[in-house]
Write a protein that binds this ligand. Sequence first.
Ligand code: NAP
Length: 242
Amino acid sequence: MSERGERLILCGRDNKRLHAAAQNLAARNNVFLLAADVAKPDFPKKFAALMSQHKLQRLDCVIHNAAINHMGTLAQTKLENAENTFRVNTYSVLHVTSATEPYLSAAGDPRFILVSSLMKYFPMPGRAVYAASKAAAEQFLLAWKLELKARQSPIRVQIFRPAGIETDFHHNTTTDGEAPKSDISRMSAARVARYLADFTQQNRREMAPGYMNKLVAFVARHFPGVTRRILLRRYKKHHRSA
Ligand SMILES: NC(=O)c1ccc[n+]([C@@H]2O[C@H](COP(=O)([O-])OP(=O)(O)OC[C@H]3O[C@@H](n4cnc5c(N)ncnc54)[C@H](OP(=O)(O)O)[C@@H]3O)[C@@H](O)[C@H]2O)c1
């Protein structure tokens, strides 16, 4: 997007990683960095400070991508890890929507995109906390969407649901147990990012990137019993081989 002359705000907790990401972008001068934690209630204040520092007045698109993983059965799950997962994956939606809504409202055709997960359709055994945190984030946004509509706000709310992405997501969080990875139709991060970039130009309400993910979403939606049987078989096999 920065190649098209658009200004880009990158947010993450790690300043070094943000600088490294910005270095990889063609139009580095159009990129602003915000080292902040979207799970913390002071996020809107930090975001407003960045906007004011750079005299930015509107946002055309917000992509809420930040999330952490959680693995472990309910019996294994430590409350503090479950709470942290909900803080990052779900409560962050409160902080990011309230931080960005005033600036989105000032744009012509603004959109707010949540990167959710196909797991919204099939909570996997051993991934209950993660699946619930993503489903709850989506419900927050569906309610917000109606609030926006009632206020005749121009903001579109869109949901992007990948399955397996080749990143360190499964290893970079403290977690409570082991579970089979979502290896259905694994894609490179670059490929998923291309689908996401296309999605920012479309008016569709939701997208599962790639043919295979679309098929999985369709089966999970319309044949939940079949999906549950497949998941259970996979889970049992994983435990036999572990
Ligand atoms: N990987 C998969 O298999 C998979 C499958 C389906 C859906 N997804 C979804 O895709 C999205 C991206 O995941 P990924 O695979 O790219 O994971 P990732 O490589 O771990 O990236 C997560 C990103 O979120 C940022 N982040 C995490 N916690 C944050 C916080 N509290 N405040 C601000 N930024 C935070 C991280 O930056 P810092 O650590 O620097 O803060 C990092 O840039 C997530 O929403 C995930 O749920 C992933």
